[in-house]
Design a protein around this ligand. Structure first.
Ligand code: FES
Ligand SMILES: [Fe+2]
Length: 412
């Protein structure tokens, strides 16, 4: 369990909150590049970490991400005219460029100085891996874009979807690192042979690393230890040890909604039809979507299409089809922000407990001026891994050898 204060500290990400300040030190996925398909096209509403923003691609192809509210009288720039290298508010014609400068102020032609004084909040953007990423932190602390492998590979090697999860980001992150649920929640699912086969692990480790942390679960096999190592990249990424390689990014939309980006990729070859067959059936991590929205077809309003007959039949533990859908159902069922003061955690929750401690320490250290982990771009050159080592070798001693990528895709 967590104290009410610690739960607040970890879950609140709005402007000025300690966790929000920490997240704003990193590049954050904002939307797909193809949502801004062409210069001077329609602006798109984006909500990140509780901030209402509007994205647009200007005449030169540059992406801007501005506060949605016009600084004149707060009308929404979503209705704006995207023209001649700027977004113009339709209420009284004020116009802003991608850097947030006011470049035209036709309603005050007599005051030449006024325009100079007006600025709108604008976050720098960069396009990588088919997404627009924003940096929302202090300008002088902006890091290089991280060497995140799935953003570096050719487009044909990568498949990315996204959907909104109707709960706080930490429920999604904790769900991603909750090791013991594989044996239960996902049992019987075709995408999860491991869940059927595997016993509960004997040991759990979480190690702070230069990129975030490495979470290891150990099954002892005589003289040898079999480790499954998941990677958490600060502040909200997971790398999954599947083939093709899987990844998640859990971006807070606000404190009660999370944009879950789901990625599959090969470092060195295009994805094949077979690779994606499971995805199309929604057995793995990509849900089937209500067209034109970020909402899955199976959602809490229809109880995730749970089939009680299937649940009783013994072929599916949940009666809910698809791993991602199963995860959503339980994570959202905890409420918009789970009340961690009433939990009862056991041995099998060690990863969750250690991960929370590490996150709390990082938030507190950074609030006191420390530099957060993972700002060095090269630190992200890692993959999840499964490995077997002699029982005499500790997780800590083995992990570097198995998670660091030896043949990184060159950074752009
Ligand atoms: S509210 Fe935008 S120009 Fe007046
Ligand atoms: Fe899961």
């Amino acid at each position: 369990m967590l104290s009410r204060e610690d739960n607040e500290l970890l879950t609140r990400t709005g402007p000025g909150t300690p966790m929000g300040n920490l997240m704003r030190r990193y590049w954050i996925p904002a939307l797909f590049s193809n949502q801004l398909a062409e210069p001077d096209g329609a602006p798109v509403r984006v909500k990140l970490l509780g901030e209402k923003l509007v994205a647009f691609r200007d005449t030169e192809g540059r992406v801007g991400l501005l506060d949605e509210r016009c600084p004149h009288r707060t009308a929404s720039l979503f209705f704006g005219r995207n023209e001649e290298c700027g977004l113009r508010c339709v209420y009284h014609g004020w116009k802003f460029d991608v850097e947030g400068n006011c470049v035209d102020l036709p309603s005050e032609p007599w005051d030449k100085d006024f325009k100079r004084k007006i600025k709108i909040t604008a976050y720098p953007c960069i396009e990588r891996g088919g997404l627009v990423w924003a940096y929302m932190g202090p300008p002088e602390l902006k890091p290089d874009f991280p060497d995140l492998e799935w953003t570096l590979v050719p487009d044909a090697n990568r498949y990315v979807t996204r959907h909104v999860q109707e709960c706080n980001w930490l429920q999604a992150l904790e769900g991603g690192f909750d090791t013991s649920h594989l044996t239960f929640l996902h049992r019987g699912d075709e995408g999860n042979a491991d869940g059927v086969r595997m016993s509960l692990p004997n040991r759990y480790e979480v190690l702070p690393m230069d990129f975030g942390f490495a979470a290891g679960t150990c099954r002892e096999q005589g003289e040898k230890n079999f480790w499954t190592c998941s990677i958490m990249l600060m502040p909200f990424h997971k790398l999954i040890s599947t083939s093709p390689i899987g990844a998640h990014v859990w971006v807070p939309v606000d404190d009660e909604n999370t944009m879950n980006y789901c990625i599959e990729y090969w470092p060195d070859k295009p994805l094949s039809r077979d690779d994606l067959a499971d995805s199309e059936e929604a057995f793995f991590i990509h849900p089937q979507m209500i067209p034109g929205t970020d909402r899955p077809i199976a959602n809490r309003d229809n109880e995730y299409l749970i089939d009680r007959t299937l649940q009783k039949s013994g072929t599916s533990y949940t009666g809910i089809k698809g791993i991602g859908r199963q995860d959503c159902s339980v994570q959202e069922s905890m409420g918009p922000i789970s009340d961690r003061t009433i939990e009862h955690l056991g041995m099998s929750d060690s990863v969750i407990i250690k991960m929370r401690r590490l996150l709390l320490k990082t938030v507190q250290d950074v609030a006191e001026g420390a530099t957060p982990p993972g700002l060095n771009a090269a630190a992200y050159r890692v993959r999840s891994s499964r490995f077997t080592v002699p029982a005499t070798v500790s997780f800590e001693d083995a992990v570097d050898e198995f998670v660091r990528v030896k043949d990184p895709v060159p950074a752009q």
